[in-house]
Design a protein around this ligand. Structure first.
Ligand SMILES: *Cc1c(COP(=O)(O)O)cnc(C)c1O
Length: 401
């Protein structure tokens, strides 16, 4: 497999192609498959070899060869090459879910006795998985601060991994990735970030020195609410380690059909994100004028130091936001959500369709208090419907409370 020409394209930041062109063309060679413009779904479990010597050579270095689809599949590989190039990394491996990608990081880089430093509000199931790892004698500290001196104090001699999410879950608070990466490097700590909110288009964590960028491709990258997938992007060296154990042996790998759906979803990511961003701006403008809204959480509204972090890291905004109702109660939250017609009630986000959800289930007030989450918090994922219809729907739901 000859990847040298492609490598040279992504060697330094200056020689990168633009994101849109990477998405349209990079990592593909239609002459390998009859000139077909759409790459084929190589729906096979195994690959056969011409002779036994060739097979033995390939099996000694499976990560560079097509041997078995639990290792490298050509359809999935096209998607992986594009993501690696978009994130300015050397390589990418895909998983059958975002959680598969996240757990691969823990499984590869942690051992009994290690400590993980979590910074910011992270995706709930990732937090739950980390707590579960305590049974393997892995300890976890969570710090919800951007203050480097506080983070520095939380570092222990056995801290192995700094796990970040920025913008963070629910409140979208941002971290100075450059400073965090430098601090971690000084202490020999691997840094990983969940970059799902920003998509590979709007934030490039590896440019700031972060070691590993993680995506739930289930969200914007897939974009059509029809595929579950995850990805990790990093250096050749770290991806090699992830490949051997957490990818191949844990086995939560991406199937060829899902890989193909993701290539197809990725094709339109730049134009979809433009529309998500525009629709979201209109919705935020509307919410800002609404007297039943206490506050709105979205990085586009940040001011002061937080705005500086936005300007430093983000080249655009996605469509997941939250807002808080004035004088909140569960009844108000429920009425508002049930009154919405265009917004579907459901988990996940980043698809073509608008979604609504609240962390307030009417039975978990104590948990909300402990996590400092308002009882009136409502999360919206702004889809690709006409923004006027979305605003009209929100307006009539506000009228009902
Ligand atoms: C959905 C999500 C994940 C997990 O991805 P799955 O594909 O559902 O496993 C991880 N991080 C964030 C921020 C997410 O929103």
């Amino acid at each position: 497999m000859n990847t040298t020409t492609e490598k040279s394209l992504i060697k330094t930041k200056k020689t990168y192609q633009s994101d849109e062109t990477i998405i349209a063309h990079f990592g593909e060679d239609s002459q390998k498959y009859f000139g077909a413009m759409a790459p084929p779904i190589i729906q096979t479990s195994l690959f056969a070899y011409e002779n036994f010597d060739a097979f033995i050579r390939a099996s000694m270095n499976e990560r560079q060869h097509h041997l078995y689809t639990r290792g490298v599949n050509p359809t999935v590989e096209i998607f992986e090459k594009k993501l690696a190039a978009l994130e300015h990394g050397e390589r990418c491996k895909c998983f059958s879910s975002g959680m598969g990608a996240i757990s691969s990081i823990f499984f590869t880089f942690l051992k009994s006795g290690d400590h993980v430093l979590v910074v910011n509000n992270i995706y709930g199931p990732a937090r739950n998985l980390l707590s579960y790892l305590e049974k393997f004698n892995i300890s976890v500290t969570t710090v919800n601060e951007n203050d480097l001196s506080v983070i520095e104090k939380a570092i222990q001699p056995n801290t192995k991994l700094m796990y970040l999410e920025s913008p963070g879950t629910m409140n979208f608070k941002m971290l100075d990735l450059e400073k965090f990466a430098a601090l971690a490097k000084r202490n020999n700590i691997i840094t990983a970030i969940d970059n799902t909110w920003a998509t590979p288009l709007f934030q490039k964590p590896l440019d700031f020195g972060i070691d590993i960028s993680i995506h739930s491709c289930t969200k914007y990258i897939g974009g059509h609410s029809d595929v579950l997938a995850g990805a990790v992007i990093s250096s050749d060296e770290l991806i090699d380690q992830i490949f051997e154990y957490a990818h191949q042996f844990n086995g939560s790998v991406l199937g060829p059909f899902e890989g193909w759906l993701l290539i197809r979803g990725l094709r339109s990511l730049p134009v979809r994100m433009k529309q998500h961003q525009e629709n979201t701006q209109y919705v935020i403008d509307f919410l800002s004028t609404c007297d039943k809204v206490e506050s709105i959480n979205h990085p586009s509204l940040f001011t002061g130091k937080d705005k500086e972090l936005v300007d430093k890291h983000l080249s655009g905004f996605s469509g997941l936001l939250s807002f808080e109702l004035k004088n909140p109660s569960f009844e108000k939250v429920r009425t508002f959500i049930d009154q919405l017609q265009l917004f579907s009630i459901g988990v996940s986000w980043g698809g073509y369709e608008s979604l609504v959800l609240s962390p307030n289930h009417g039975i978990n007030e104590k948990d909300l208090e402990a996590e400092n989450i308002s009882k009136g918090l409502i999360r919206l994922s702004i889809g690709l419907e006409n923004y006027r219809d979305l605003i009209q729907d929100l307006a009539q739901a506000f009228n009902a409370i």
